[in-house]
Design a protein around this ligand. Structure first.
Ligand code: EPU
Length: 417
Protein backbone atom coordinates (compact mmCIF):
# COMPACT_ATOMS: atom_id res chain seq x y z
CA UNK A 1 0.00 0.00 0.00
CA UNK A 2 1.57 3.29 -1.07
CA UNK A 3 1.92 6.38 1.04
CA UNK A 4 2.65 9.98 0.15
CA UNK A 5 5.44 11.94 1.83
CA UNK A 6 5.11 15.71 1.62
CA UNK A 7 7.52 18.35 2.83
CA UNK A 8 5.45 21.46 3.36
CA UNK A 9 6.16 25.10 2.79
CA UNK A 10 6.49 25.33 -0.98
CA UNK A 11 4.45 27.77 -3.06
CA UNK A 12 2.77 26.01 -5.98
CA UNK A 13 3.41 27.91 -9.19
CA UNK A 14 2.88 27.05 -12.85
CA UNK A 15 0.35 25.27 -15.03
CA UNK A 16 -1.61 22.09 -14.56
CA UNK A 17 -3.87 20.22 -16.96
CA UNK A 18 -7.07 18.74 -15.63
CA UNK A 19 -8.09 15.18 -16.52
CA UNK A 20 -11.50 13.91 -17.53
CA UNK A 21 -14.18 13.83 -14.84
CA UNK A 22 -14.41 10.59 -12.88
CA UNK A 23 -18.07 11.17 -12.08
CA UNK A 24 -18.93 11.81 -15.73
CA UNK A 25 -16.86 8.92 -17.06
CA UNK A 26 -18.43 6.36 -14.69
CA UNK A 27 -22.06 6.75 -15.84
CA UNK A 28 -21.00 7.23 -19.47
CA UNK A 29 -19.06 3.96 -19.37
CA UNK A 30 -22.10 2.28 -17.80
CA UNK A 31 -24.24 3.73 -20.60
CA UNK A 32 -22.15 1.65 -22.99
CA UNK A 33 -24.32 -1.27 -21.83
CA UNK A 34 -27.29 0.25 -23.62
CA UNK A 35 -25.96 0.02 -27.18
CA UNK A 36 -24.62 -2.52 -29.65
CA UNK A 37 -21.42 -1.87 -31.58
CA UNK A 38 -18.19 -0.13 -30.62
CA UNK A 39 -18.39 3.19 -28.75
CA UNK A 40 -15.28 5.32 -28.32
CA UNK A 41 -14.72 7.57 -25.32
CA UNK A 42 -11.88 10.05 -25.14
CA UNK A 43 -10.35 11.82 -22.14
CA UNK A 44 -11.18 8.98 -19.75
CA UNK A 45 -9.05 9.52 -16.64
CA UNK A 46 -6.61 6.85 -15.45
CA UNK A 47 -8.11 6.18 -12.04
CA UNK A 48 -8.84 3.34 -9.68
CA UNK A 49 -12.60 3.82 -9.98
CA UNK A 50 -12.40 3.73 -13.77
CA UNK A 51 -10.42 0.48 -13.60
CA UNK A 52 -13.14 -0.88 -11.29
CA UNK A 53 -16.01 -0.08 -13.65
CA UNK A 54 -14.08 -1.45 -16.64
CA UNK A 55 -13.58 -4.66 -14.72
CA UNK A 56 -17.26 -4.79 -13.87
CA UNK A 57 -18.31 -4.16 -17.47
CA UNK A 58 -15.94 -6.87 -18.66
CA UNK A 59 -17.45 -9.31 -16.18
CA UNK A 60 -20.86 -8.48 -17.64
CA UNK A 61 -19.65 -9.49 -21.11
CA UNK A 62 -18.74 -6.05 -22.50
CA UNK A 63 -15.61 -5.93 -24.66
CA UNK A 64 -13.44 -3.14 -23.29
CA UNK A 65 -10.22 -1.88 -24.92
CA UNK A 66 -8.10 0.96 -23.60
CA UNK A 67 -5.34 2.95 -25.19
CA UNK A 68 -4.07 5.93 -23.22
CA UNK A 69 -7.11 7.98 -22.24
CA UNK A 70 -9.29 6.46 -24.98
CA UNK A 71 -11.60 3.61 -24.12
CA UNK A 72 -13.53 1.58 -26.70
CA UNK A 73 -16.36 -0.64 -25.61
CA UNK A 74 -18.89 -2.94 -27.19
CA UNK A 75 -21.84 -4.40 -25.32
CA UNK A 76 -23.05 -6.52 -28.27
CA UNK A 77 -22.49 -9.76 -26.42
CA UNK A 78 -23.71 -9.03 -22.88
CA UNK A 79 -25.61 -11.95 -21.52
CA UNK A 80 -25.70 -12.29 -17.84
CA UNK A 81 -26.76 -9.13 -16.12
CA UNK A 82 -25.12 -9.99 -12.85
CA UNK A 83 -22.81 -7.66 -10.98
CA UNK A 84 -21.14 -9.61 -8.18
CA UNK A 85 -20.40 -8.39 -4.66
CA UNK A 86 -16.62 -8.63 -5.07
CA UNK A 87 -16.65 -6.02 -7.82
CA UNK A 88 -19.49 -3.80 -6.56
CA UNK A 89 -18.12 -3.46 -3.02
CA UNK A 90 -14.99 -1.73 -4.39
CA UNK A 91 -17.02 1.19 -5.62
CA UNK A 92 -20.52 2.38 -4.84
CA UNK A 93 -20.94 3.84 -8.33
CA UNK A 94 -21.19 0.24 -9.61
CA UNK A 95 -24.90 0.63 -8.97
CA UNK A 96 -24.91 2.65 -12.22
CA UNK A 97 -25.08 -0.60 -14.19
CA UNK A 98 -28.49 -1.46 -12.72
CA UNK A 99 -30.63 0.86 -14.88
CA UNK A 100 -28.89 0.07 -18.19
CA UNK A 101 -28.85 -3.71 -17.56
CA UNK A 102 -32.52 -3.74 -16.75
CA UNK A 103 -33.38 -1.69 -19.82
CA UNK A 104 -31.29 -3.81 -22.14
CA UNK A 105 -31.79 -7.33 -20.72
CA UNK A 106 -35.13 -6.99 -18.87
CA UNK A 107 -33.37 -8.30 -15.80
CA UNK A 108 -30.42 -7.46 -13.59
CA UNK A 109 -28.85 -8.77 -10.44
CA UNK A 110 -26.56 -6.27 -8.78
CA UNK A 111 -24.99 -6.55 -5.37
CA UNK A 112 -26.17 -3.93 -2.86
CA UNK A 113 -23.22 -1.53 -2.45
CA UNK A 114 -23.56 -1.11 1.32
CA UNK A 115 -22.41 1.87 3.37
CA UNK A 116 -19.13 3.73 3.06
CA UNK A 117 -16.95 6.03 5.08
CA UNK A 118 -18.95 9.17 4.29
CA UNK A 119 -22.35 7.81 5.26
CA UNK A 120 -25.03 5.17 4.84
CA UNK A 121 -25.68 6.13 1.22
CA UNK A 122 -28.82 4.11 0.52
CA UNK A 123 -30.13 3.44 -3.00
CA UNK A 124 -33.83 3.54 -2.13
CA UNK A 125 -34.47 6.37 -4.57
CA UNK A 126 -32.89 4.41 -7.45
CA UNK A 127 -35.05 1.39 -6.62
CA UNK A 128 -38.28 3.32 -6.09
CA UNK A 129 -37.79 5.02 -9.47
CA UNK A 130 -37.16 1.73 -11.27
CA UNK A 131 -40.29 0.28 -9.66
CA UNK A 132 -42.24 3.23 -11.05
CA UNK A 133 -40.94 2.23 -14.48
CA UNK A 134 -42.54 -1.16 -13.92
CA UNK A 135 -39.61 -3.16 -12.57
CA UNK A 136 -40.19 -5.87 -10.04
CA UNK A 137 -37.51 -5.63 -7.39
CA UNK A 138 -36.45 -8.18 -4.80
CA UNK A 139 -33.71 -7.68 -2.25
CA UNK A 140 -32.25 -11.10 -1.50
CA UNK A 141 -28.95 -12.26 -0.04
CA UNK A 142 -27.41 -8.81 -0.40
CA UNK A 143 -28.42 -8.45 -4.03
CA UNK A 144 -30.94 -6.32 -5.91
CA UNK A 145 -32.76 -8.60 -8.30
CA UNK A 146 -34.78 -6.63 -10.81
CA UNK A 147 -36.95 -7.81 -13.67
CA UNK A 148 -39.23 -6.02 -16.11
CA UNK A 149 -40.63 -7.40 -19.37
CA UNK A 150 -40.29 -3.92 -20.87
CA UNK A 151 -39.89 -0.80 -18.78
CA UNK A 152 -42.78 1.65 -19.14
CA UNK A 153 -42.37 5.43 -18.97
CA UNK A 154 -43.70 7.07 -15.81
CA UNK A 155 -43.88 10.38 -13.99
CA UNK A 156 -41.29 10.10 -11.21
CA UNK A 157 -40.70 12.54 -8.40
CA UNK A 158 -37.46 12.07 -6.47
CA UNK A 159 -37.99 12.48 -2.72
CA UNK A 160 -34.42 13.72 -2.46
CA UNK A 161 -31.97 14.92 -5.07
CA UNK A 162 -29.61 12.13 -6.11
CA UNK A 163 -26.90 12.33 -8.77
CA UNK A 164 -26.38 8.66 -9.62
CA UNK A 165 -30.09 7.99 -8.98
CA UNK A 166 -30.99 10.54 -11.67
CA UNK A 167 -28.38 8.98 -13.98
CA UNK A 168 -29.63 5.44 -13.40
CA UNK A 169 -33.24 6.39 -14.07
CA UNK A 170 -32.34 8.47 -17.10
CA UNK A 171 -30.44 5.53 -18.62
CA UNK A 172 -33.25 3.07 -17.87
CA UNK A 173 -35.87 5.42 -19.34
CA UNK A 174 -34.06 5.80 -22.68
CA UNK A 175 -35.21 2.31 -23.71
CA UNK A 176 -38.57 2.33 -21.88
CA UNK A 177 -41.88 2.41 -23.68
CA UNK A 178 -43.28 5.94 -23.78
CA UNK A 179 -42.47 9.08 -21.84
CA UNK A 180 -40.69 9.37 -18.49
CA UNK A 181 -40.62 12.60 -16.55
CA UNK A 182 -38.00 12.91 -13.79
CA UNK A 183 -38.90 15.62 -11.28
CA UNK A 184 -36.52 17.02 -8.69
CA UNK A 185 -33.70 15.62 -10.85
CA UNK A 186 -30.05 16.36 -10.12
CA UNK A 187 -28.63 19.22 -12.23
CA UNK A 188 -24.93 18.41 -11.90
CA UNK A 189 -22.74 18.92 -15.00
CA UNK A 190 -22.05 15.17 -14.96
CA UNK A 191 -25.80 14.50 -15.41
CA UNK A 192 -25.82 16.85 -18.40
CA UNK A 193 -22.71 15.19 -19.83
CA UNK A 194 -24.37 11.78 -19.60
CA UNK A 195 -27.55 13.13 -21.23
CA UNK A 196 -25.51 14.51 -24.12
CA UNK A 197 -23.83 11.18 -24.74
CA UNK A 198 -27.17 9.36 -24.56
CA UNK A 199 -28.59 11.85 -27.06
CA UNK A 200 -25.67 11.15 -29.40
CA UNK A 201 -26.59 7.45 -29.05
CA UNK A 202 -30.12 8.28 -30.25
CA UNK A 203 -31.96 8.90 -26.97
CA UNK A 204 -34.65 11.59 -26.72
CA UNK A 205 -33.92 13.61 -23.59
CA UNK A 206 -35.08 17.10 -22.77
CA UNK A 207 -34.34 19.30 -19.76
CA UNK A 208 -30.97 17.91 -18.62
CA UNK A 209 -29.42 20.50 -16.32
CA UNK A 210 -32.84 21.52 -14.97
CA UNK A 211 -34.81 19.80 -12.23
CA UNK A 212 -37.42 18.38 -14.65
CA UNK A 213 -36.21 16.02 -17.35
CA UNK A 214 -38.33 14.36 -20.02
CA UNK A 215 -37.20 11.18 -21.71
CA UNK A 216 -39.06 9.61 -24.62
CA UNK A 217 -38.11 5.97 -24.90
CA UNK A 218 -36.69 4.61 -28.17
CA UNK A 219 -36.42 1.01 -29.40
CA UNK A 220 -32.63 0.93 -29.42
CA UNK A 221 -29.52 3.05 -29.07
CA UNK A 222 -26.44 3.17 -31.27
CA UNK A 223 -22.78 3.22 -30.35
CA UNK A 224 -21.18 6.66 -30.37
CA UNK A 225 -17.97 8.65 -29.89
CA UNK A 226 -17.66 11.18 -27.07
CA UNK A 227 -15.17 13.13 -24.98
CA UNK A 228 -15.43 13.20 -21.18
CA UNK A 229 -15.81 16.68 -19.65
CA UNK A 230 -13.06 18.03 -17.35
CA UNK A 231 -13.10 17.06 -13.69
CA UNK A 232 -14.39 20.08 -11.76
CA UNK A 233 -13.34 18.60 -8.42
CA UNK A 234 -9.76 17.95 -9.53
CA UNK A 235 -9.69 21.52 -10.90
CA UNK A 236 -11.12 22.89 -7.65
CA UNK A 237 -8.55 20.98 -5.63
CA UNK A 238 -5.67 22.61 -7.54
CA UNK A 239 -7.37 26.00 -7.22
CA UNK A 240 -7.46 25.58 -3.45
CA UNK A 241 -3.80 24.49 -3.56
CA UNK A 242 -2.89 27.79 -5.22
CA UNK A 243 -4.78 29.85 -2.65
CA UNK A 244 -3.50 27.77 0.25
CA UNK A 245 0.20 27.97 -0.61
CA UNK A 246 0.12 31.64 -1.67
CA UNK A 247 0.99 30.33 -5.11
CA UNK A 248 -0.06 31.13 -8.66
CA UNK A 249 -1.52 28.31 -10.76
CA UNK A 250 -3.08 28.28 -14.20
CA UNK A 251 -5.56 25.42 -14.07
CA UNK A 252 -5.93 24.46 -17.72
CA UNK A 253 -8.52 22.39 -19.55
CA UNK A 254 -11.33 22.93 -17.08
CA UNK A 255 -14.79 24.47 -17.33
CA UNK A 256 -14.93 27.58 -15.08
CA UNK A 257 -18.72 27.66 -15.38
CA UNK A 258 -18.90 24.38 -13.47
CA UNK A 259 -16.75 25.95 -10.74
CA UNK A 260 -18.70 29.16 -10.13
CA UNK A 261 -19.43 28.46 -6.44
CA UNK A 262 -15.83 27.47 -5.71
CA UNK A 263 -14.47 30.52 -7.55
CA UNK A 264 -16.77 32.81 -5.59
CA UNK A 265 -15.69 31.36 -2.25
CA UNK A 266 -12.00 31.51 -3.19
CA UNK A 267 -12.36 35.19 -4.02
CA UNK A 268 -14.07 35.81 -0.68
CA UNK A 269 -11.15 34.00 0.94
CA UNK A 270 -8.73 36.52 -0.51
CA UNK A 271 -7.54 34.72 -3.66
CA UNK A 272 -7.31 36.40 -7.04
CA UNK A 273 -9.19 34.34 -9.59
CA UNK A 274 -9.17 35.03 -13.31
CA UNK A 275 -11.51 32.79 -15.27
CA UNK A 276 -11.09 32.28 -19.01
CA UNK A 277 -13.05 30.07 -21.40
CA UNK A 278 -11.36 26.82 -20.42
CA UNK A 279 -8.91 27.76 -17.70
CA UNK A 280 -8.75 29.49 -14.34
CA UNK A 281 -5.75 31.26 -12.86
CA UNK A 282 -5.67 31.41 -9.07
CA UNK A 283 -3.14 33.26 -6.95
CA UNK A 284 -2.97 34.80 -3.52
CA UNK A 285 -0.76 37.48 -2.06
CA UNK A 286 -2.53 38.70 1.12
CA UNK A 287 -4.04 36.85 4.10
CA UNK A 288 -6.47 33.97 3.82
CA UNK A 289 -9.81 35.32 5.00
CA UNK A 290 -12.44 33.25 6.80
CA UNK A 291 -15.47 32.30 4.68
CA UNK A 292 -18.53 30.28 5.64
CA UNK A 293 -19.64 27.52 3.32
CA UNK A 294 -22.61 25.23 3.14
CA UNK A 295 -22.48 22.26 0.80
CA UNK A 296 -25.42 21.99 -1.55
CA UNK A 297 -26.48 20.26 -4.72
CA UNK A 298 -25.26 21.89 -7.95
CA UNK A 299 -24.96 24.79 -8.57
CA UNK A 300 -24.31 25.14 -4.83
CA UNK A 301 -20.93 24.55 -3.22
CA UNK A 302 -19.99 20.89 -3.90
CA UNK A 303 -19.70 18.43 -1.04
CA UNK A 304 -16.73 16.97 -2.94
CA UNK A 305 -14.82 20.24 -2.27
CA UNK A 306 -15.75 20.59 1.40
CA UNK A 307 -12.71 18.82 2.88
CA UNK A 308 -10.25 20.71 0.69
CA UNK A 309 -11.85 24.06 1.54
CA UNK A 310 -11.73 23.20 5.22
CA UNK A 311 -7.93 22.98 5.00
CA UNK A 312 -7.84 26.48 3.53
CA UNK A 313 -10.04 27.74 6.36
CA UNK A 314 -7.89 26.00 8.96
CA UNK A 315 -5.13 28.52 8.22
CA UNK A 316 -7.40 31.53 7.61
CA UNK A 317 -7.21 34.70 9.70
CA UNK A 318 -10.35 34.13 11.80
CA UNK A 319 -13.27 31.79 12.24
CA UNK A 320 -15.41 30.14 9.60
CA UNK A 321 -18.38 27.82 9.68
CA UNK A 322 -18.63 24.87 7.34
CA UNK A 323 -21.92 23.02 7.02
CA UNK A 324 -22.18 19.66 5.31
CA UNK A 325 -25.77 19.10 4.21
CA UNK A 326 -25.36 16.28 1.64
CA UNK A 327 -23.68 13.43 3.54
CA UNK A 328 -24.13 12.75 7.25
CA UNK A 329 -20.59 11.66 7.98
CA UNK A 330 -18.32 13.69 5.79
CA UNK A 331 -16.11 15.23 8.48
CA UNK A 332 -13.81 12.24 8.92
CA UNK A 333 -10.84 14.31 7.79
CA UNK A 334 -11.33 16.57 10.82
CA UNK A 335 -9.64 14.31 13.34
CA UNK A 336 -6.60 13.96 11.09
CA UNK A 337 -6.44 17.73 10.51
CA UNK A 338 -6.64 18.20 14.29
CA UNK A 339 -3.60 15.98 14.63
CA UNK A 340 -1.84 18.43 12.35
CA UNK A 341 -2.76 21.30 14.68
CA UNK A 342 -6.01 22.53 13.11
CA UNK A 343 -8.58 24.03 15.49
CA UNK A 344 -11.89 22.54 14.35
CA UNK A 345 -15.00 21.71 16.39
CA UNK A 346 -17.76 19.62 14.92
CA UNK A 347 -21.35 19.60 16.12
CA UNK A 348 -23.72 17.61 13.94
CA UNK A 349 -23.47 18.85 10.38
CA UNK A 350 -21.51 21.97 11.31
CA UNK A 351 -17.78 22.49 11.75
CA UNK A 352 -16.44 25.63 13.38
CA UNK A 353 -12.94 26.25 12.09
CA UNK A 354 -10.67 28.71 13.88
CA UNK A 355 -7.72 29.55 11.70
CA UNK A 356 -4.29 28.80 13.18
CA UNK A 357 -0.99 30.38 12.16
CA UNK A 358 0.44 27.13 10.90
CA UNK A 359 -0.24 23.40 10.64
CA UNK A 360 2.43 20.92 11.60
CA UNK A 361 3.35 17.85 9.58
CA UNK A 362 2.30 14.47 10.96
CA UNK A 363 1.56 10.92 9.87
CA UNK A 364 -2.12 10.81 8.89
CA UNK A 365 -4.57 8.31 7.49
CA UNK A 366 -6.72 8.84 4.41
CA UNK A 367 -10.26 7.56 4.88
CA UNK A 368 -12.08 8.48 1.69
CA UNK A 369 -11.28 10.10 -1.60
CA UNK A 370 -11.83 13.79 -0.90
CA UNK A 371 -10.56 13.48 2.67
CA UNK A 372 -7.32 12.15 1.20
CA UNK A 373 -7.03 15.16 -1.07
CA UNK A 374 -7.52 17.45 1.91
CA UNK A 375 -4.67 15.74 3.79
CA UNK A 376 -2.35 16.20 0.81
CA UNK A 377 -3.29 19.88 0.73
CA UNK A 378 -2.68 20.17 4.47
CA UNK A 379 0.74 18.60 3.96
CA UNK A 380 1.59 21.27 1.39
CA UNK A 381 1.31 24.08 3.97
CA UNK A 382 2.30 22.23 7.11
CA UNK A 383 5.66 22.78 8.74
CA UNK A 384 7.84 19.73 8.29
CA UNK A 385 6.91 16.34 6.90
CA UNK A 386 3.46 14.87 6.44
CA UNK A 387 2.94 11.24 5.65
CA UNK A 388 -0.43 10.39 4.12
CA UNK A 389 -1.18 6.69 4.44
CA UNK A 390 -3.72 4.58 2.53
CA UNK A 391 -3.42 6.61 -0.65
CA UNK A 392 -5.40 4.06 -2.63
CA UNK A 393 -8.39 6.25 -1.79
CA UNK A 394 -6.67 9.12 -3.55
CA UNK A 395 -5.83 6.96 -6.56
CA UNK A 396 -9.54 6.20 -6.97
CA UNK A 397 -10.19 9.77 -8.05
CA UNK A 398 -7.05 11.83 -8.77
CA UNK A 399 -4.91 11.06 -11.80
CA UNK A 400 -1.16 11.32 -11.08
CA UNK A 401 -1.68 13.91 -8.36
CA UNK A 402 1.90 13.72 -7.04
CA UNK A 403 3.33 14.21 -10.53
CA UNK A 404 1.05 17.18 -11.21
CA UNK A 405 1.87 18.73 -7.84
CA UNK A 406 5.62 18.13 -8.22
CA UNK A 407 5.56 19.95 -11.55
CA UNK A 408 4.06 22.91 -9.69
CA UNK A 409 6.92 22.86 -7.19
CA UNK A 410 5.53 20.72 -4.38
CA UNK A 411 7.89 18.40 -2.55
CA UNK A 412 5.78 15.26 -2.68
CA UNK A 413 6.81 11.70 -3.17
CA UNK A 414 4.99 8.39 -3.42
CA UNK A 415 6.58 5.60 -1.47
CA UNK A 416 5.62 1.95 -1.74
CA UNK A 417 5.20 0.40 1.68
N1 EPU B 1 -29.55 9.27 -1.05
C1 EPU B 1 -30.59 8.56 -0.51
N2 EPU B 1 -31.16 7.58 -1.27
C2 EPU B 1 -30.74 7.29 -2.53
C3 EPU B 1 -29.67 8.01 -3.07
C4 EPU B 1 -29.10 9.00 -2.30
O1 EPU B 1 -31.00 8.80 0.62
O2 EPU B 1 -31.31 6.39 -3.14
C5 EPU B 1 -28.89 10.32 -0.26
C6 EPU B 1 -27.42 10.02 0.02
O3 EPU B 1 -27.26 9.17 1.14
C7 EPU B 1 -26.85 11.40 0.22
C8 EPU B 1 -27.68 12.25 -0.74
O4 EPU B 1 -28.86 11.50 -1.02
O5 EPU B 1 -27.08 11.83 1.53
C9 EPU B 1 -27.01 12.60 -2.05
O6 EPU B 1 -26.46 11.44 -2.63
P1 EPU B 1 -26.30 11.21 -4.20
O7 EPU B 1 -27.12 10.03 -4.58
O8 EPU B 1 -26.51 12.48 -4.93
O9 EPU B 1 -24.78 10.80 -4.27
P2 EPU B 1 -24.16 9.75 -5.27
O10 EPU B 1 -24.90 9.82 -6.54
O11 EPU B 1 -24.02 8.44 -4.59
C10 EPU B 1 -22.45 11.36 -6.42
C11 EPU B 1 -20.97 11.38 -6.62
C12 EPU B 1 -20.30 11.70 -5.29
C13 EPU B 1 -20.80 13.06 -4.81
C14 EPU B 1 -22.32 13.04 -4.70
C15 EPU B 1 -22.93 14.37 -4.34
C16 EPU B 1 -20.67 9.84 -8.44
C17 EPU B 1 -20.16 8.53 -8.92
N3 EPU B 1 -20.54 10.10 -7.14
O12 EPU B 1 -22.71 10.33 -5.47
O13 EPU B 1 -18.90 11.75 -5.52
O14 EPU B 1 -20.25 13.38 -3.57
O15 EPU B 1 -22.90 12.62 -5.97
O16 EPU B 1 -22.59 15.34 -5.27
O17 EPU B 1 -21.14 10.63 -9.24
C18 EPU B 1 -16.61 11.52 -5.01
O18 EPU B 1 -16.37 11.69 -6.21
O19 EPU B 1 -15.73 11.53 -4.12
C19 EPU B 1 -18.00 11.33 -4.58
C20 EPU B 1 -18.31 10.82 -3.38
Amino acid sequence: MDKMIINGGRRLVGEVEISGAKNAALPILAAGLLARGWSTLHNVPALGDIASIKQLLTSLGVQVESQGSTVRLNAEGIGKGEAPYDLVRKMRASILVLGPLLARLQRAKVSLPGGCAIGARPINLHLAGLERLGAHIDLRHGYVEATAPRLKGADIYFDGITVTGTENLMMAATLAEGRTVLRNAAREPEVVALAEVLQAMGACIDGAGTSVMTIDGVAELQATEATIIPDRIEAGTFMVAAALTGGDIRVKRCNPEHLAAVIDKLRQAGATVEAGASEVRVSRAGDILPVDIQTQVYPGFPTDMQAQFMVLMSVARGQSIISETIFENRFIHVSELQRMGADIKVTGETAVVRGVATLSGAPVMASDLRASASLILAGLVAEGTTEVNRVYHLDRGYAAIERKMSLLGAEIQRVAV
